[in-house]
Write a protein that binds this ligand. Structure first.
Ligand SMILES: Cc1cc2nc3c(=O)[nH]c(=O)nc-3n(C[C@H](O)[C@H](O)[C@H](O)COP(=O)(O)OP(=O)(O)OC[C@H]3O[C@@H](n4cnc5c(N)ncnc54)[C@H](O)[C@@H]3O)c2cc1C
Length: 392
């Protein structure tokens, strides 16, 4: 006889899998969410001023695979929007992404002229890392690399990641490369879109299917146990045909190999009478104490006719602590060798249960953009499907 299928988490990872099971396999799915709303970290809503705000920080649908954008477009009307960004250094707004305009803004036009020629002559690619500028052996370029590093990375990295720039993986520093020339597009993906009516309706539409039942305000961890001899996951003490889990993998196993660390954000909202407050969608505060980024939501709304004033969010990064009042949501997995080793132990344990499928930003302990999550969920669904068909 068929048993239940339970999916934990209503972010993109859980919602995509639940939808595919319901549609492609015509099976009943119970999707369980511990928060009081669906949509995971993509959750957005209209505030009392008519502004569409994103509770868990600004999200732009960006990716290089058109098929994934099309997947989302089945559930929402999208409009093209490449997000804009500025930095704020020495009390001035500066150009982001770092490019030749930023060099002029930081060192003045006369010094910039020398740097332009030298950088063009020295580096053949389109972009260069500040770490390569700092250490290239040319005294003028090295000096500029040091200036940029001290102004833009020295305070920002410990504030964002809780570790000193010298300790952090180079890939994190290299997320902010310097464009050789004047290319001014901030995002590196080929496609950028936003949903006309926000992200939450996408999830409402995906989850409104005759085979899907949503249980809100339910912490699945209180319901999940394991039968170690049969190597199966149980929900409410009963064997299930499949348990798909998109929450934190370490919490699923009572943190038995140690906590996997995350950075999180304390996001504070302020409202202003003016219609425009910031010079871009996002402003990064490289030198400010405590906060890293401000976002002006009105700037990327499709229809602003119902808006009064403008709402800004400010992000204060902190260490994720599941017992603290602020910072309750794990956001950015901190990738170190030790954490990767611990994660591998959790993954091995998860894979040892016949009916358990763990994925998503928290399940895979990996920074994913939305399109990565959708792609991973669609491909992992094939494993869930084979398992379910095998056990029919
Ligand atoms: C500040 C910020 C900005 C970002 N900006 C972008 C962007 O611009 N573009 C982009 O593509 N991506 C962006 N991302 C990444 C994006 O948020 C993720 O790719 C996506 O939200 C991950 O989806 P998910 O379903 O894996 O996880 P989540 O969205 O976190 O969903 C997991 C769900 O599981 C629920 N859950 C967890 N544990 C339990 C439990 N025990 N019981 C029941 N429910 C549980 C959670 O409440 C949550 O709803 C950003 C991320 C952050 C933090």
């Amino acid at each position: 006889m068929r048993k239940k299928i339970v999916v934990v988490g209503t972010g993109f990872s859980g919602t995509v899998i639940a939808r595919e099971i319901a549609m492609q396999l015509d099976r009943k799915v119970e999707i369980v969410e511990k928060r009081n709303h669906i949509a995971g970290n993509m959750y957005d809503y209209y505030n009392e001023h008519g502004i569409l705000v994103q509770k868990y920080g600004p999200h732009f649908l960006g990716g290089n695979k058109w098929s994934l954008i099309e997947y989302v477009a089945q559930f929402a009307e999208l409009f093209e929007h490449v997000f804009s960004a500025k930095g704020f250094i020495d009390d001035n707004y500066i150009t982001l992404p770092f490019n030749f305009d930023t060099i002029k803004e930081l060192v003045g036009p006369a010094k910039a002229e020398i740097l332009y020629d030298k950088i063009r002559g020295r580096f053949s690619g389109r972009r260069v890392s500040v770490l390569d500028l700092k250490n290239c052996g040319d005294p003028d370029i090295d000096e500029f690399g040091d200036i940029l590093f001290e102004k833009a990375f020295r305070t920002y990295i410990p504030k964002m990641w809780g570790i000193q720039p010298e300790e952090i993986d180079r890939s994190v520093v290299d997320r902010a490369l310097i464009n050789i020339g004047y290319e001014a597009r901030y995002g590196f993906a080929d496609y950028y879109y936003m949903p006309v009516n926000g992200f939450t309706p996408i999830f409402e539409k995906m989850l409104s299917h005759k085979n899907i039942e949503v249980a809100m305000n339910t912490d699945a961890l209180k319901h999940i146990t394991f039968d170690e001899s049969a190597k199966i996951a149980l929900y409410d003490g009963e064997a299930v045909d499949a348990l798909v889990f998109t929450g934190p993998i370490d919490e699923l196993f009572s943190v038995c190999y140690g906590a996997l660390p995350y950075r999180t954000l304390d996001i504070r909202f302020e409202h202003f009478e003016e219609e425009s407050v910031l010079p871009a969608d996002n402003v990064y505060y490289q030198q400010a104490s405590g906060y890293t980024r401000k976002t002006e939501f009105r700037k990327f709304m499709f229809n602003t006719s119902g808006c009064k004033g403008s709402t800004i969010s400010t992000e204060y990064p902190l260490q994720y602590d599941r017992n603290a009042e602020a910072g309750l949501d794990p956001y950015y997995p901190i990738q170190t060798e030790e954490n990767r080793v611990n994660y591998a132990k959790y993954r091995e344990r998860a894979d040892s249960y016949k009916n358990l499928f763990v994925l998503g930003r928290l399940g895979d302990f990996k920074y994913y953009g939305m399109c990565d999550c959708i792609e991973r969920a669609l491909s992992y669904f094939e494993d869930v499907k084979s398992h379910l068909l095998r056990n029919e």
